[in-house]
Design a protein around this ligand. Structure first.
Ligand code: ADP
Ligand code: MG
Length: 339
């Protein structure tokens, strides 16, 4: 008798959820990225009890057509890429078609969405991967996702959740970094009814920095902007005189997505080397632009890590350009260059 068989879709989704949905913050990140990909200009997030009780993400983006709603929850179902070539030219935040089925496999989810301004929309409810409601419902253009009782059917995962405060910390961190990466979108975050973040979405990165780190931090920032044939870096870096006691305020952004890169962090710290007191750290928001073919974003299920094809050059460029700004070299007219 054959011993090998293909797992059914629900189990496959639960396994995928193990990677994609590590904790409530992963749900927030995935839903907010979907909202951004849908072209939203306003994204409101409200969570209860560190997101373990409920997570609501409401956007004013394109919405989902009624006939696509159920498909959106299938595994590997996506509107963002169509073929193998697209995989090397990714311009959206999502592309794997895994978030919605994974989340729906381990929570109670409702989707309320409309893709036109006529007030006609669609409501779906899915519980532990099973569709229970799929009907017409009034809604204005955009999408509202509600995720309740995350991990209610995976007790092993639920047991590993930390305190509400810790889970909330991860959620705010994801929201702060996303807001820093998208100053043109207005974000709000509420926890148990209290507002923790509000950005205006007017495109002003300093406003976002003020909302996240305070107005004093915003006043300490210096602009950086540099380009070489492969890379463009832009953003704001803190003056060496203004420092922080923790190292978590470095946000690096590639293709609209904040990423974790030890190599970039090390390059940044080399730029500040000898300029900061010991155990003090800078605040940076650094956006890197490059041709999509120079970066592979498909190396991590949550896409937090990426692979650069010319990493040594990139790190050197980042170090050198930040160093210039910190030493004020850009402000000093070079001899022989004046007209
Ligand atoms: P991916 O983002 O990788 O495509 P998801 O599982 O996150 O996969 O979402 C599946 C599809 O559902 C998306 O490709 C998109 O077409 C649609 N979708 C999800 N969320 C939204 C949203 N907030 N607004 C519009 N469309 C959405
Ligand atoms: Mg997605």
């Amino acid at each position: 008798m054959a011993k090998i068989h293909v797992l059914d879709e629900h189990i496959a989704n639960q396994i995928a959820a193990g990677e994609v949905v590590e904790r409530p913050a992963s749900v927030v990140k995935e839903l907010v990225e979907n909202a951004i990909d849908a072209g939203s200009t306003r994204i409101e997030v409200a969570v209860e009890e560190g997101g373990l009780q409920s997570i609501r993400v409401k956007d004013n983006g394109s919405g989902i057509e009624a006939e696509d709603c159920e498909t959106a929850f299938y595994r590997h179902a996506t509107s963002k890429i169509a073929n193998g070539r697209d995989l090397f030219q990714i311009t959206s935040l999502g592309f794997r078609g895994e978030a919605l089925p994974s989340i729906a496999a381990v929570a109670k989810v409702s989707l309320l969405t409309a893709s036109s301004d006529d007030g006609k929309g669609r409501l779906l409810e899915i519980e532990g991967g099973k569709l229970t409601v799929n009907e017409d419902a009034a809604h204005s253009r955009g999408t509202e996702m509600n995720v309740r009782e995350l991990f209610y059917n995976t007790p092993a995962r639920l047991k590993y959740m930390k305190s509400i405060q810790t889970e909330l910390g991860h959620i705010s961190d994801a929201m702060y970094r996303t807001a820093l990466a998208h100053p043109g979108i207005s974000f709000t975050l509420h926890h148990n009814g209290n507002q923790l973040l509000h950005t205006l979405g007017n495109g002003d990165l300093l406003q976002v920095i003020a909302a996240v780190y305070g107005t004093l931090a915003a006043k300490a920032m210096l602009p950086v902007l540099a380009e070489d044939p492969d890379y463009r870096i832009s953003g704001l870096v803190s003056r060496p005189e203004w420092t922080r006691s923790n190292r978590n305020a470095v946000t690096t952004i590639v293709g609209g997505r904040y990423i974790r890169s030890n190599g970039l962090n090390a390059a940044i710290m080399r730029a500040y080397h000898t300029l900061l007191p010991i155990n003090r750290y800078p605040l940076l928001v650094l956006k890197l632009d490059m041709h999509p073919s120079l970066v592979d974003v498909n190396v991590h299920p949550a896409k937090l890590e990426v692979r650069f094809s010319k990493e040594t050059e990139l790190y050197q460029f980042v170090e050198q350009e930040i160093r210039k700004v910190l030493l004020g070299e850009n402000l000093i007219p070079r001899p022989g260059r004046e007209t």
